[in-house]
Ligand binder design. Structure first.
Ligand code: ZN
Length: 675
């Protein structure tokens, strides 16, 4: 390749040449611990009419599943959301009253979390308005506006939802991962009904055949229930659970199929439709394989039961959707990475027994999101690597994306907010991050997604779920370490991916400060770390802090009673990342549950209460929200006299509550009760 191409690959990072509006207002509003942003979709206007039409149908398909996630996250969520929306829309009393304002904030938080549990900590969000106020307000409404069951009174509705909302002990946590407890009985999600953790593990243990080289993703698309003493699965499919919403998804997918860009993409959409109809997990695998092999399409999407973070046993897929198209200019950078995937695998510091002899089809691209939905909305990932089934990854490869219009929005919204001044040690680190921070954090995401998750292999006979509740943390740790190790490799400069040998230090400094200190702003005082990405970051940061202590590789230093991360030796830090990567890969490859448990429990979970309090106080003074999420653009289809779509126009004006209420009105298909 020419160096010009390579230069573009990184200089294209910061200023996208596509149609970006420099005066775009990224921030929509703030409430509670949240900041709502919007994102631009640069390049949308330049797509062909047919591509826009396809994106429009896929976006509609994405929007139809919202209620599914609410119900998966807790069986009272739809009843509570609809009751709150009725109050918010129709209440004729005093709307400036503090109770009403707090109810509005609570509703906004329920929308954000797709339920009554915090989207990140999964703790129940307790209302800041009184039970009495809520009861009186609901009773003041015309009962026809409330989500009542046949013959149910407002009183009876309240008898059900008020304790769920207000009693801290009922449905306290959506996903409980505390070692030693019954993780199903103590988790409020709606993935299991009437079964214990032991029964669920037995049920799936009996289904699994350890010698099956191509196992389906057991349990991924169903609720496990006990009825009349029998334990069985109720599948989410057309004609099964969630059918009313899935039928609408299928309706729009069929339209999308009609305007697919090419035969392969048409096949992908057809397979997904088939799977939604049959609920057969073999059909899901067929779809996943075709999806991985669809590499030529400009437009791509995810729509289905995918990630399993919402299930403490890591089996049930939360519904999500993401519609996107390739950012061709920025994709040059990830293409360089994936073309060299074998080199990275061969040179990684892990035991050769755990390496892939042949890295298959690690395809990576940079995309712009067009529509976020389900578990990708409003809080959204910045990178995705799928499919999750290990045998498909091994035989057919995986697709990995970095969502650049989202990372761009984060970056732009955070400029000049005072964070760097408060938490970074000196001008040296601040300048480094100002110059290279955006570039290297995108690069780390690329490496994490397209090489990290795709690297390494399990030893023959090792169950991919062997690490159980620690599996997700170990897997994220592995991917992050792979990225950290290689972002400092001279190969990055050789390949033209980074401009010089010090750019990587920006990511190292950011990563260590985040992992040791600043990510703690997301934790409530007194709590421990639970989310697997946060656990993985602290695991890495604390481990290298400890192992490098004798050589002062990284230190926590005090200045004016404030704690700072200081990195004294970036080279040794990289060596430590490599050592830890070797150990984490060993744990994963051997399925060493005890090893996983020990390292996660020791480094990833516990919070130093003194440092935590300090970080919270410093952060609070800056008035920043620890969590961010997005409203979607609005797409309007322009049709001719025959109703045929001739163009699609994108606008960015819709507000947060406005969008949520519109989705609840236009895209809400599940009944309130008995889903
Ligand atoms: Zn990951």
């Amino acid at each position: 390749m020419t160096s010009l191409l390579a230069m573009n690959a990184y200089s294209g990072n910061n200023e996208n040449k596509q149609s970006i509006d420099k005066d775009f207002k990224y921030t929509v509003e703030n409430f509670a611990d949240l900041e709502i942003l919007r994102y631009q979709v640069p390049g949308f206007e330049e797509l062909t009419g047919k591509q826009k039409e396809l994106l429009y149908y896929l976006s509609e398909a994405a929007l139809q599943g919202r209620d599914i996630l609410f119900d998966q996250n807790g069986k009272y969520n739809l009843a509570i959301r609809r009751t709150l929306e009725a109050v918010y829309t129709h209440y004729s009393g005093n709307r400036t009253d503090q109770n009403f304002r707090n109810l509005e904030i609570y509703l906004k938080r329920v929308w954000f979390s797709n339920g009554i549990h915090h989207h990140y900590s999964t703790d129940k969000i307790l209302p800041d308005f009184t039970k009495e106020y809520f009861t009186a307000t609901v009773k003041s409404l015309d009962p026809n506006l409330l989500p009542l069951q046949p013959n149910q009174s407002a009183e009876e509705l309240l008898n059900i939802i008020v304790p769920v909302m207000f009693d801290p002990d009922i449905e306290a946590k959506r996903v409980n991962q505390a070692d030693g407890e019954d993780l199903i009985a103590t988790s409020a999600n709606n993935f299991y009904d009437g079964v214990t953790q032991k029964e669920a593990e037995e049920f799936y243990g009996n289904l699994k055949n350890p010698s099956d080289p191509e196992p389906v993703s057991y349990g991924l698309n169903s609720r496990l229930v006990r009825e009349d003493g029998k334990i069985f699965e109720k599948t989410w499919k057309v004609g099964g659970l969630y059918s009313p919403a899935i039928e609408k998804i299928v309706y729009w997918l069929e339209k999308a199929q009609g305007v697919a860009e090419n035969p392969q993409q048409e096949k992908v959409i057809a397979s997904l439709i088939k799977y939604y109809n049959t609920g057969n997990l073999k059909d899901f695998d067929t779809y996943s394989i075709q999806w991985v092999e669809d590499l030529d399409s400009r437009i791509d999407f995810i729509n289905g039961f995918i990630e399993t973070y919402g299930d403490p046993l890591g089996m049930k897929g939360s519904w999500e959707a993401l519609v996107n198209f390739k950012n061709e200019e920025a994709t040059e950078r990830t293409e360089i990475i994936s073309e060299n995937a074998q080199w990275f695998e061969d040179h990684s510091p892990v035991d050769p027994r755990f390496k892939k002899k042949e890295v298959k089809g690690v395809s990576a691209k940079v995309i712009n999101a067009v529509m976020l939905a389900g578990d990708c909305y409003p809080a959204t990932p910045i990178g995705i690597n799928l499919p999750n089934a290990n045998w498909i990854r091994a035989q057919h490869g995986s697709k990995s994306v970095t969502i650049e219009n989202i990372t761009d929005a984060y970056d732009k919204a955070a400029r000049g907010n005072g964070f760097a001044r408060e938490f970074y040690w000196s001008d040296y680190e601040i300048d480094l991050i100002e110059k290279y921070g955006f570039m290297t954090s995108n690069m780390h995401t690329d490496l994490h997604e397209c090489l990290g998750h795709g690297s390494g292999r399990l030893l023959p006979g090792v169950d991919q779920d062997a690490l159980k509740a620690y599996g997700a943390t170990i897997e994220e740790t592995r991917a992050d370490l792979f990225g950290l190790y290689y972002i400092a490799d001279h190969k990055m400069i050789e390949l033209g991916l980074l401009p010089n040998d010090s750019a990587y230090k920006a990511e190292y400094y950011k990563f260590m400060t985040n992992g040791l200190m600043t990510q703690l702003v997301r934790i409530e005082p007194g709590n421990q770390i639970e989310e697997s990405h946060m656990r993985n970051r602290q695991l890495i940061a604390k481990w290298v802090l400890e192992k490098g202590a004798a050589d002062h590789v990284v230190e926590l230093k005090k200045r004016n009673n404030k704690t700072f991360v200081v990195i004294n030796d970036y080279g040794k830090l990289r060596t430590l990342f490599g050592e830890l990567l070797a150990e984490i890969q060993r744990i994963r490859s051997e399925g060493d549950y005890e090893g996983a448990k020990e390292i996660v429990e020791k480094y990833a979970i516990k919070v130093d209460p003194v440092l935590h309090t300090e970080v919270l106080e410093r952060y609070k003074k800056l008035n920043l929200a620890p969590y961010k999420g997005f409203v979607n653009p609005v797409y309007e289809a322009i049709t001719d006299e025959d109703g045929k779509i001739t163009d699609v126009v994108v606008t960015y004006e819709e507000g947060y509550a406005e969008q949520m209420l519109r989705y609840s009105k236009e895209n809400s298909w599940l009944p309130t009760w008995n889903n």
